[in-house]
Design a protein around this ligand. Structure first.
Ligand code: MG
Length: 404
């Protein structure tokens, strides 16, 4: 798995805040941004624990490392009253071996963001775990309204809150030319996605791009700490195509909502990536149950239609001959009646009072009952003298619906 990344990373306290509660990690193939919160130094402590634990526990996988970081923060704040209530966001990107080819994994808790810049377009990968982020996903706020909303700082999920935390995980097949941007809200509250995309288009060097983005946020006010990490895919190993070639004709990777997590895990899985989308790696138990139920309903409906269509008999006409059919007059959906036995009676032999019933198809639950009816018709026939009627057994053949 040969894959080369280049990166640039900058964190800045901004122009208003007295200190920097953001923290970042940028080494080898693991990158992260954490935005701490809490009184006094607590926010700084939380974001630092998150980054240090992520680095120390990375071999456990990015999702598990983030869970351990969460527990470390919970433990620390419960043992130290001055740190009570501290928390942090954590947004990380790493590379794993995705079965012979490299795979980018992006894991997130909170409202720091990961974006994918591909084919000249910027796509937000992560969901913001914030009050306005939820309203925006529900279509109740536009992105611009969310950016200006007075409650935009309400976080709905973060590390440090409780013993266990749900971690969103996104997987992307990387292409040469891809850029992943990690940032804290101090960037996106100050400048728009369009402005960010513009910098990424114009600034090929990742260090320069990161520095430029931080500068723009400060120029726009610098109301919060600002952290930016730009990770560039310089070499994608075995994959020869560049992102722009791979995406020709399909420039926008489709964003897919995270799928429900399997019952035994809290990680959320999703894939992103246009021409690079890989099939879902697993089938959640909910999907399995749904498919099984759907199959059962289809089978039951099919059996029901078959029974209604084939489980009954009727006496009707085959041409002008009185005959026993299996099925329903006219058929049921695709299940057509079949001619079972033809009698020697014609419609002219049928008593006038029964003529309509025979033309419409007189239904019975069994072949024996249908035969008895044919015998009764023969006995009451105004034209024949026969007291018995021969039914001629026929092989089962699909015939046109009985004439109505
Ligand atoms: Mg912040």
């Amino acid at each position: 798995m040969a894959m080369r990344l280049r990166h640039g990373a900058v964190t800045h306290e901004g122009r208003i805040r007295p200190g920097n509660e953001d923290a970042l990690l940028a080494e080898d193939d693991l990158f992260a941004v954490a935005d701490g919160m809490g009184g006094h130094v607590a926010g700084e402590v939380a974001s630092r624990i998150a980054i240090e634990t992520l680095r120390a526990e990375r071999d456990a996988g990015v999702v598990e490392a983030i869970r351990r970081a969460n527990r470390a923060i919970v433990d620390r704040s419960s043992s130290n009253p001055t740190l009570r209530g501290m928390g942090t966001t954590l947004c990380a990107v790493t590379i794993v071996d995705g079965g012979g080819s490299p795979l980018l994994q992006i894991a997130n808790v909170g409202d720091s963001r990961a974006y994918l810049f591909r084919g000249g377009e910027l796509h937000q990968v992560t969901d913001d775990h914030s009050y306005v982020g939820e309203l925006e996903r529900e279509g109740r706020l536009t992105r611009e309204e969310a950016r200006a909303h007075p409650q935009r700082n309400i976080i709905t999920r973060n590390l440090g809150d409780r013993e266990d935390v749900e971690v969103d995980l996104f997987e992307i097949d990387p292409f040469r030319g891809d850029r992943v941007l990690l940032c804290s809200d101090g960037l996106v509250d100050e400048i728009t996605d369009d402005a960010i995309a513009d910098v990424l288009r114009r600034t090929p060097d990742p260090e320069e791009a990161a520095a430029r983005l931080v500068d723009l946020a400060n120029e726009a006010g610098g109301h919060d700490n600002i952290t930016v990490v730009v990770v560039d895919v310089v070499d994608d190993g075995s994959r020869a195509l560049s992102a722009s070639a791979a995406l020709a004709g399909d420039p926008l990777p489709d964003r897919q909502a995270p799928a429900p997590a399997p019952a035994d895990e809290t990680a959320t899985w999703a894939t992103i990536g246009g021409g690079a989308t890989r099939p879902p790696r697993r089938f959640t138990w909910r999907v399995g149950v749904f498919v099984a139920l759907l199959a059962a309903v289809v089978a039951a409906a099919g059996a029901g239609i078959w029974w209604v269509g084939r489980g009954t008999y009727y006496v009707g006409l085959d041409g002008d001959r009185v005959a026993v059919f299996r099925g329903r007059p006219g058929g049921v959906l695709w299940v057509q009646p079949t001619l079972e036995e033809r009698s020697e009676l014609t419609i002219d032999d049928v008593p006038r009072s029964s003529e309509k019933a025979v033309r419409d198809g007189q239904e019975y639950g069994s072949r024996a009952e249908a035969r008895r009816y044919v015998r009764r018709l023969a006995e009451r026939s105004p034209t024949t003298t026969a007291t018995t009627t021969t039914l001629v057994p026929l092989t089962t053949t699909t015939v046109a619906p009985a004439p109505q």
